[in-house]
Unconditional design. Structure first.
Length: 253
């Protein structure tokens, strides 16, 4: 897993004006922003909203949405001070896996059961992280590509305003074109994992956009799999990074 300022550059705020050449996102200043928001303009700026912030929490669910449970849940907490990432992987029937990656440092594996034989709850060492590691479950580097693909949604319909993760949003629902044989290889590589092994078929997608044009939540569902991503605590994510006597070096077997 790379540092939060390299592979994990997932989010950024748009400029205060949210200016898009040739269009206005919110033409009616005296009404709620979502009532007159230009949906095409919102989709157009999506790719520009996912490259820069270094302080946020991202939940990724594979399976059904949070209301109905999920097969796999991966939570990435990205902190700017101290610069570190904490990844928590939860899968049914398996112990929770927690790994902290300080910037420019080796992974710190949480081992409260002392299974590794170390005298502390945290053990240092990249080689100790079991498979699948949090980085193997979902390629965070592809989030920006997924968001960019959403700008090509077809048949977009806005829904009623909703509050997601404590933020007012406008949901946009649509469909991504099917990835038939001969489709763009890069697009297939990005969307394929969401559709299943065949990488083809209808993909229903939804994005909940806030007043800054930021995609607070993304959902997709294909014939064999579904995926959702939700951002929260932007600018307010922090956690304790183990240090000193809290950490043991890896124990030789």
């Amino acid at each position: 897993m790379e540092s939060p300022r390299s592979a994990l550059l997932l989010t950024c705020a748009l400029s205060a004006t949210l200016a898009v050449p040739g269009c206005a996102l919110f033409p009616g200043a005296d009404r709620p922003w979502y009532e007159e928001a230009d949906t095409e303009a919102l989709l157009a700026v999506l790719p520009d909203t996912v490259a820069g912030a270094d302080d946020y929490t991202l939940d990724i669910g594979v399976g059904t949405g949070p209301e109905g449970g999920t097969a796999t849940l991966l939570t990435y907490e990205v902190s700017a001070s101290p610069a570190a990432v904490r990844a928590t992987l939860s899968t049914p029937g398996s112990p929770e896996l927690v790994v902290v990656r300080p910037e420019d440092g080796q992974a710190l594996l949480h081992d409260p059961g002392r299974v590794l034989g170390a005298p502390t709850d945290w053990v240092r060492g990249d080689a100790l992280v079991p498979s699948p590691s949090p980085a193997d479950v979902f390629d965070l580097g592809s989030v920006a590509e997924v968001v960019a693909l959403l700008s090509g949604m077809e048949g977009v319909e806005p829904g009623p305003a909703e509050t997601v993760a404590g933020t007012g949003t406008l949901p946009l629902h649509g469909v991504l074109p099917a990835l038939a044989d001969g489709a763009d290889p890069q697009g297939r590589a990005v969307v394929g994992p969401m559709l299943g092994e065949e990488g083809s078929g209808r993909l229903d997608v939804s994005v909940w956009v806030d007043s800054e044009g930021f995609p607070v939540r993304l959902e997709s569902s294909g014939p064999t799999s579904s995926l959702w991503l939700e951002f929260s605590d932007r600018g307010a994510t922090s956690f304790h990074v183990p240090n000193g006597d809290e950490i043991s070096e890896s124990v030789p077997t």
